[in-house]
Design a protein around this ligand. Sequence first.
Ligand code: ATP
Length: 273
Amino acid sequence: MAALLEIEDLSFYYHDGTPALKGVSLSIGEGEKVAILGPNGAGKSTLLFHLNGIFLAQQGTVRVAGEVVTRDNEHRVREKVGLVFQDPDDQVFSPTVWDDVAFGPLNLGLERQEIERRVEEALHAVGMWEYRSRAPHHLSYGQKKRVAIAGVLAMDPDVVVLDEPTAFLDPAGQRALLKILEGLHGEGKTVIIATHDVDMAAEWATSIILLKEGRVLAQGDTCLLVNEELVQAAGLRFPLVSQVFQDFITGNKQLLPRTVAEGKKVLRKLTGI
Ligand SMILES: Nc1ncnc2c1ncn2[C@@H]1O[C@H](COP(=O)(O)OP(=O)(O)OP(=O)(O)O)[C@@H](O)[C@H]1O
């Protein structure tokens, strides 16, 4: 089966000549949970902007469901791929939270009842239903972020892309976000995040993409997060769970536990408890 998202040799330069992407090629299958990691300035946000047609390829191609993204189909692509921006102030602008989340479904031309159903469901999903009459600019950063996520959920896209979704969320908010992402995945959606949170990536992702200086260093499973050479090159660190076991499990680092559940399993084996 063809990949849902296919990027081939994508390069992108900003107006001032800054090269942000240099020959990026990658593919993402339907239903995957993808974490894109890399240091500041690696090109993560620039790459995400290409996934739903906000940026069009200057060199190379971006395919969504087999279709090359162009100016002619960018609107259709945006219905398929929803993007939650890194900064909610770039996304949340309506007079009330309710209006903001309803904005996308309204533009889809849906019936009033369906719009109301979607807005209610999306606001409940992010725990912001009680705030529906509030002005978004009077909310905290984390609350605005939740509203921005609800705005994308209400569009019901096949692919949900989130730029730094956990940044500025409190621990309960981060747990709630993970639950939302799991729920989306359970509905069969493909979920892609850009993040600096190695621990979350290790716990959650089925596929890891490491970016650096506009290039893909590697794409694979969460084993990449305990590959010393790659982790160093990408300016990352091992997941905390892996660090705990690093000195006790010698030899093949790929066998290091990467999640809390894996860590517990190893401990049970070692201690017999
Ligand atoms: N509007 C812009 N004009 C010029 N250069 C830009 C612009 N936006 C980003 N860049 C540059 O493009 C490169 C990639 O930036 P991008 O924001 O995609 O990185 P990132 O991996 O998302 O970084 P971060 O982790 O800090 O969010 C960087 O060198 C950055 O300085």
